[in-house]
Write a protein that binds this ligand. Structure first.
Ligand SMILES: Cc1cc2nc3c(=O)[nH]c(=O)nc-3n(C[C@H](O)[C@H](O)[C@H](O)COP(=O)(O)O)c2cc1C
Length: 188
């Protein structure tokens, strides 16, 4: 039987590496006409209907000011083929560089928000900020998805997840356990 003495204490400042967040996403904004994009690993679904997404974006990011000023963004979901670009996007600021130009990302007009979609991403979600109650304390924006797009040519996109230290896990095999989802039929 395993006892506590068989286990190794894990540093609390590394707990984020145990609980993997959602996929690495790109968040685009458009402030005073200028589009920008940042990389985000701390995100999660909060509610199915309406679709609400929690996203931690800190005041050290240029995107934070854009989001506070406009209350709009797009969550663009990159496939693993974009992993290197996505990390580079998260290692510089829109305050200094035009990231769309520098990283050869193609902005596409969204329908419901001013922030652009990204053509190279397999999915794009147009979002509005609906709750800022936790922004001052946790930099946590609650976003409502108001429009979503997928690229139909991308039949099997592979998301990737930050392990918190510059290493990433790529999505792997899909396991189908739908026949056990007896209580949650409406999700299938
Ligand atoms: C893999 C990765 C994940 C990141 N996750 C977040 C995050 O969840 N929240 C955040 O505020 N910044 C995160 N960052 C940092 C921002 O992407 C970074 O500060 C970026 O330069 C901000 O761009 P901006 O100043 O143009 O807004 C992440 C960076 C990387 C490389």
């Amino acid at each position: 039987m395993t006892t506590a003495s068989d286990l190794q204490e894990h540093p609390l400042n590394q707990v984020h590496r145990l609980i993997e967040p959602g996929p690495v996403i790109l968040v685009t904004t458009r402030h005073e006409g200028i589009p920008n994009v940042m990389t985000n690993g701390f995100n999660m679904m909060v509610r199915h209907e309406p679709p609400l997404i929690g996203c931690t974006i800190g005041p050290w990011d240029h995107s934070y000011a854009a989001l506070r000023a406009t209350d709009e963004c797009v969550i663009s979901i990159p496939g693993s083929e974009l992993a290197e670009i996505v990390v580079d996007v998260g290692n510089c600021s829109g305050q200094e560089v035009d990231k769309f130009q520098t990283f050869d990302l193609t902005p596409v007009d969204a329908e419901s928000v001013q922030a652009p979609l990204i053509a190279e991403c397999f999915a794009n979600i147009e979002c509005r900020v609906v709750d800022t109650a936790l922004v001052d304390s946790y930099d946590l924006f609650v976003l409502e998805a108001v429009k979503a797009w997928v690229d139909p040519s991308r039949t099997d996109p592979q998301m990737f997840h930050h392990r918190g230290d510059g290493t990433f896990t790529l999505d792997g095999e899909t396991v189908d356990l739908q026949d056990r989802m007896t209580k949650w039929q409406y999700l299938l």
